[in-house]
Design a protein around this ligand. Structure first.
Ligand code: PEP
Ligand code: MN
Length: 340
């Protein structure tokens, strides 16, 4: 890929001419129309464009090859942070977005009760799995479409947008009918057919980092989604597998800073799966915000000991409410804001 950095004063006509030239040579275009300047990404399969030929065109400042394997996801391609709206709020800007809810939708009353509780405590998005990726085929697999219906009812009652996982390409249209944000789980991070499908859907996506994935692999997976022109992608650090067994995973705070540095995409932290024990969820969440995360996604259950999945790492609503209060102060310290 090459990126064409246009002059700050370049006209629409000059930009269109560059796009037309690249397209006529069989290249694909990715446009980043920033406040400061326009960057035109030119992607070809193998061949590279004649750099000088484009550089001579009017309105072009310079042409630079993107050396990183991820292109559209990179800061080189888009220096400004990506921000987009989620319900009434914006993720990727100054606002810190808080997503909360149970690991799984277990019943109509459970999700509606939890939705009210997390909204009351200050959450902006309701989470809840209807299709669950469980390590054992005998464990609760989720309520499926019935669960999606209850999530939609909970949204209706509280006004909270909903995020839920989709596990297979064939189910993307169904999940899109209900969800405001599609979650790609850690186990499916490299399910390329699924990444193509959610990319094509043009629905906002939260892409979890695979439990044993390099940051570069994670960004390459975001690239799959972005390659379909779906720009509304969030990255989610949810802990990685290390030799340590006391916690479920090891929370990779480094990855938050690295992802923010290498990519323009918003980064969300999941302190629940990162730690696996409710006692450590709040400290990990606070550290994530201090490290520059654009939001958090937290598991909350009204009665964790009755939860059908991830009860050990679920916060009770009161503990979650206290966490939100603490995060407001930490957000201020790092020049962020938790919207009401
Ligand atoms: C979840 O969010 O409940 C979940 C299964 O997460 P992960 O894919 O990160 O394990
Ligand atoms: Mn879970």
């Amino acid at each position: 890929m090459m990126i064409v950095i246009m002059d700050a004063q370049a006209t629409m006509k000059e930009k269109s001419a560059v796009i037309a030239r690249a397209e006529s040579l069989g290249f694909k275009i990715h446009l980043s129309d920033g406040k400061e300047r326009t960057i035109i990404g030119i992607i070809g399969d193998k061949r590279d464009l004649d750099k000088e030929q484009i550089e001579r065109m009017p309105g072009v400042e310079r042409v630079v090859p993107v050396l990183k394997p991820f292109k559209v996801a990179s800061r080189e391609f888009k220096p400004e942070d990506t921000a987009f709206s989620i319900g009434e709020h914006t993720v990727g800007g100054k606002d810190l977005i808080i997503m909360a809810g149970p690991c799984s939708v277990e019943s109509r009353s459970q999700i509606i009760e939890t939705a009210h509780a997390v909204k009351e405590a200050g959450a902006h998005v309701l989470r809840g799995g209807a299709f669950k990726p469980r390590s054992s085929p005998y464990a609760f697999q989720g309520m499926g479409e019935e669960g999606l219906k209850y999530l939609a009812e909970a949204r209706e009652e509280t006004g909270l947008p909903i995020i839920t996982e989709v596990m297979e390409p064939a189910l993307v249209p169904l999940v899109c009918d209900y969800a405001d944000i599609l979650q790609i789980g850690a186990r499916n991070m490299q399910n390329y057919a699924l990444l193509h499908a959610v990319g094509k859907s043009q629905h906002p996506v939260l892409l979890k980092r695979g439990m044993s994935s390099f940051i570069e692999e994670w960004l390459m997976c975001a690239e799959y989604i972005l390659s379909h022109g779906n720009t509304r992608v969030m990255l989610c650090e949810r802990g990685i597998r290390t030799f340590e067994k006391y916690t479920r995973n090891t929370f990779d705070i480094n990855a938050i800073a690295v992802a923010k540095h290498m990519s323009h995409l918003p980064v969300i932290a999941d302190p629940s799966h990162a730690t696996g024990k409710w006692e450590y969820v709040a400290p990990a969440a606070k550290a994530a915000v201090a490290a520059g995360a654009d939001g958090i996604i937290v598991e909350v259950h009204p009665r964790p000991d009755e939860a059908l999945s991830d009860g050990l790492q679920s916060l009770k609503p009161e503990k979650f409410a206290k966490l939100v209060e603490d995060l407001k102060r930490i957000a201020t310290a790092v020049d962020r804001h938790v919207p009401e």
